[in-house]
Design a protein around this ligand. Structure first.
Ligand SMILES: Oc1cc(-c2ccc(F)cc2)cc2nccnc12
Ligand SMILES: [Mg+2]
Length: 214
């Protein structure tokens, strides 16, 4: 029986990364995915852009859509202020099961809440389920055709406040054209593009940072 790519990434983390050391987990995954087998982590180059935004915003409440193996959840959690929480949402149960173990190995499980299921089902329930008023920062890194509907749903559910920031991965590759058109064209957003590359490649990709103006 063959293992899955997420299982091979977890095995590499357990073999090479220091338990409780988030940076060593991040670096181990980057090394493996650059030199052994590509995987859809935000990666080191775009990850540095994400880090700078997390450090600037210092979010008390943050949402990640699309956990995959937990690479960006670990990367983000290692930068969060005390008492702040990252809620990360994953649709695929196989990915979620691996991510839980990667997050635990990195020792950031008390900063991260991983929820499983479709974003469209969860978003309307989040205020009540987590006693939230709104998110300070949202990282969109799930299926590209969900970026726009989920953004509109977060607006409708009152999960965004004046100043909430959306950070979207892959706006060029694979691309989220309808989302880009919306945040760049809407008077309710102030949007900025950070040019970069698709993780572990020289292909152009980028991150779009959009401030919700209310
Ligand atoms: O960062 C990413 C890259 C890709 C991806 C896949 C295949 C390619 F050829 C190019 C890019 C897919 C993604 N899906 C969800 C979240 N993030 C993704
Ligand atoms: Mg991505």
């Amino acid at each position: 029986y063959g293992s899955t790519r997420p299982e091979r990434i977890l095995a590499e983390v357990k073999r090479k990364a220091t338990r409780g050391d988030a940076r060593s987990v991040v670096d181990t995954i980057d090394q493996y995915c650059r030199h052994q087998e590509w995987a859809m982590n935000v990666g080191d180059e775009k990850g540095t852009i994400l880090d700078s935004i997390v450090c600037e915003v210092k979010p008390m409440a943050m949402l990640e859509l699309g956990t995959y193996c937990g690479y960006s959840a670990v990367r983000i959690a290692s930068l969060l202020p005390p008492n702040s929480r990252l809620i990360t949402m994953e649709f695929n149960p196989v990915f979620a099961a691996i991510a839980r173990q990667v997050i635990a190995w990195a020792g950031v499980e008390d900063k991260v809440v991983l929820i499983e299921g479709p974003s469209g089902d969860w978003i309307p329930k989040m205020k009540k389920e987590f006693g939230l008023t709104s998110f300070d920062l949202v990282f969109l890194d799930h299926w590209k055709d969900c970026y726009l509907p989920d953004t509109k749903l977060m607006e409708e559910c009152g999960l965004l406040r004046t100043g909430s920031i959306l950070v979207a991965d892959n706006v060029i590759c694979p691309g989220a054209p309808d989302y880009l058109e919306y945040v760049r064209g809407s008077p309710r957003y102030e949007s900025k593009y950070f040019r970069s590359h698709l993780e572990y490649t020289r292909v152009e990709d980028g991150i779009e940072k959009s401030v919700f103006l209310g």
